[in-house]
Design a protein around this ligand. Structure first.
Ligand SMILES: *[C@@H]1O[C@H](CO)[C@@H](O)[C@H](O)[C@H]1NC(C)=O
Length: 633
């Protein structure tokens, strides 16, 4: 087998060993912290993110902003805000965590503490009012737990914690007057583990808008006045930020403190759709497989029979093209590079999902998923190089240097270029989502110092390994290809075949998109795993079927076709993203739209490479298998 040939097995073991410390790397964030009474409990602040509320169920922006963006005028800690250390994945996914001036002490209730008074000039007022209207929310962290709002799910009649709380509220009037929340009631739930040792097990914040004033001595006069505060767009507005802290005992132990946050809105949707799609898919796959096997058996028996009888009867069907079926495809270099990158993506996604399934990527370690994705993709560069060079050698390619260079550069290069392009937009609007230069450089260093050499090493082993010999000889002169039926033309066959694997993933895809764009925690890796397996099965069966029909109609250009047929799922992923754009988002501003479409395009491209590779590899082994089983004189 291509994937499991000998040099690869020890290498895989080695890679897994290398990857193992990734988990250890995360353990510190996962260990509980014990506080004693009056110990300071730091409150950290993350970027402001757009979200939706029940009144306007459409997302209006995809940009996030630094908590200390000057226009927000949030109070700064002494000596200026300090950036907290974060993992690469967390930075890429937009976490920008800073310290804050809030002074929280374990078990010490406080009411109406003043943070600072700020002056909102008209420009800042307009900016903040716009963000309030777009449902921006604040994201705080206390002891690693996100500050949440308590919400009630009508469907399951249960309370749950929804991460983040709103920057402000708008009223029902026609003008949609925005009120900035300048007072925070912070409720911290604690759990006593041993006598005198406490742990934080829940954080709820109720923000409110108050027209607070302070006297000359800086003492808050009327913290609890009910009047709401609106930022004036024409003159400066003075705003005093205040907060109260309430420590409440809780029976929730530390180990299960995340449960309240991981609320499934309607678990039945997942089960229902999963079972639904699985049944359809398994049924289809089984049917296709059975038909194929039976027909093939008959074909093979007939072909071999003809041979024995020395019958003069003409050959028909796929046997006819035996002299062409292993002919080198057009652009073998491009195909092998795509297959190498696809194989790399395939093992990376598979391993990541298994890691997640085993619980290594708990939501409490921020950015763990993205970090693991990057680390695994980098390390599996070896595998990508190996598959690419082996495929290239099998195609009879000769420009091996080009193959070694192109494999680690082309697909990551495309991704990186789109990424940099989108990043310029983020920088342009001063969004905190813009990846800092340092992180960009780190990525490039990881790419060129680790991934490229690993890929080159993989290519070395791939070229050293023998090419996969075709089971039948290729004729000198290519056969004429007869006219093809309509359903086997490029576009119809792609559309027909692409929809099935997409059907397997689209429900999970919807939830993944929700979690990405609405900043929700995604953790349903069990569902994801099943979907992934179902997707692979569907993708390979359908592609094999199309390849079979293609060969039966004497078309031996199956290599690129199988890649594109399977890759066609990406078209549906893109269409799905567009539908989502239309139904769930009403993004204001060019930048949000460009970003959304850009990232969707990026995702579709990766899906294309991944699925295409699955399709090609399964077709390859299928074609090998069937031509191996017939006798050819
Ligand atoms: C702090 O406030 C909470 C909520 O009002 C209350 O349940 C708790 O007993 C208070 N703790 C102390 C030490 O006063």
């Amino acid at each position: 087998m291509l994937l499991l040939s000998r040099p690869f097995v020890p290498v895989l073991t080695l890679l897994l060993l290398l990857v193992a410390p990734v988990r250890a790397f995360y353990l510190p964030g996962v260990a509980p912290t014990d506080y004693e009474e009056n110990d300071p409990v730091p409150l950290l602040v993350n970027s402001l993110t757009p979200t939706i509320d029940s009144e306007s169920p459409q997302l209006q922006s995809v940009l996030s902003y630094d908590y200390y963006h000057p226009a927000f005028h949030f109070c700064r800690p002494h000596g200026g805000p300090k950036k907290q250390a974060e993992s690469l994945g967390a930075i890429l996914f937009g976490d920008r965590i800073f310290n804050s001036p809030f002074d929280l002490r374990m078990l010490k209730n406080d009411t109406c503490k003043t943070l600072c008074t700020q002056n909102f000039e008209p420009r800042a007022a307009k900016f903040v009012n716009r963000r309030i209207r777009q449902d921006y929310q604040l994201n705080w962290l206390i002891d690693g737990l996100p500050a949440a709002r308590v919400k009630y799910d009508e469907g399951t009649h249960s309370k749950f914690y929804s991460v983040g709380f709103e920057l402000g509220t708008i009223d029902d009037s026609e003008d949609k007057n925005p009120y900035l929340s300048n007072h925070y009631d912070i409720f911290v739930e604690y759990h006593e583990t041993r006598a005198g040792k406490f742990r934080v097990v829940g954080v709820v914040v109720q923000p409110s808008s108050r027209r607070t004033t302070i006297d000359d001595a800086g003492v808050v006069q009327n913290c609890n006045v009910g009047d709401k505060l609106m930022l004036n767009r024409d003159i400066d507005t003075k705003v005093t930020f205040t907060y109260s802290v309430f420590w409440t005992p809780s029976a929730t132990p530390w180990a299960t403190r995340w449960d309240k946050y991981l609320h499934v809105y309607d678990p039945r949707i997942h089960w229902f759709s999963l079972i639904n799609s699985s049944i359809v898919v398994i049924f289809l796959t089984g049917m296709v497989g059975m038909i194929l096997l039976r027909t093939l058996h008959k074909d093979i028996a007939r072909y071999n029979q003809l041979d024995l009888d020395e019958d003069v009867q003409e050959d028909s069907g796929w046997k006819l093209v035996h002299g062409d079926v292993f002919r080198t495809p057009e652009y073998p270099l491009a195909l092998s590079v795509l297959i190498g990158s696809g194989a790399q993506l395939f093992v990376m996604t598979g391993t990541t999902i298994v890691f997640a399934l085993l619980g290594f990527l708990s939501p409490s370690s921020r950015g763990a998923l993205a970090t693991v994705v990057i680390v695994l993709y980098t390390l599996f560069g070896f595998f990508g190089g190996y598959v690419s060079s082996r495929a290239y050698k099998t195609f009879g390619g000769e420009a091996w240097k080009l193959n070694v260079i192109a494999t680690p550069l082309v697909v990551p290069g495309i991704v990186f270029t789109i990424f940099i392009f989108l990043n310029f937009f983020l920088i342009g609007v001063q969004s905190s989502g813009a990846v800092p230069v340092g992180t960009m450089i780190a990525l490039v260093v990881i790419w060129f110092v680790i991934s490229v050499p690993l890929s080159a090493a993989g290519s070395y082993f791939g070229f050293k390994a023998p090419a996969l010999d075709p089971p039948v000889r290729t004729n000198q002169i290519p056969r004429q290809i007869p006219d093809q039926p309509v359903y086997l033309r490029w576009v119809p066959s792609m559309l027909l075949a692409g929809i099935l694997p997409f059907g397997a993933i689209f429900v999970e895809l919807y939830f993944i998109m929700n979690s990405i764009w609405f900043h929700k925690v995604y953790y349903m890796f069990g569902f994801l795993f099943v979907c992934y397996v179902v997707m692979i099965l569907t993708c390979s069966t359908v592609t094999i079927l199309i390849t079979y029909f293609l060969l039966c109609s004497e078309n031996y250009h199956w290599q690129w076709r199988s890649f594109f047929t399977a890759g066609a799922s990406a078209i549906f992923v893109l269409l799905h993203a567009v539908m989502y754009w239309i139904s769930k988002l009403s993004l204001g501003g060019v930048v949000s739209n460009v970003l959304y479409l850009g990232y969707s395009l990026l995702l579709s491209f990766l899906v294309f490479v991944l699925m295409g590779t699955i399709g090609f590899v399964s077709s390859y082994f299928f074609v090998r298998q069937i031509y191996q089983s017939i006798k050819i004189d």
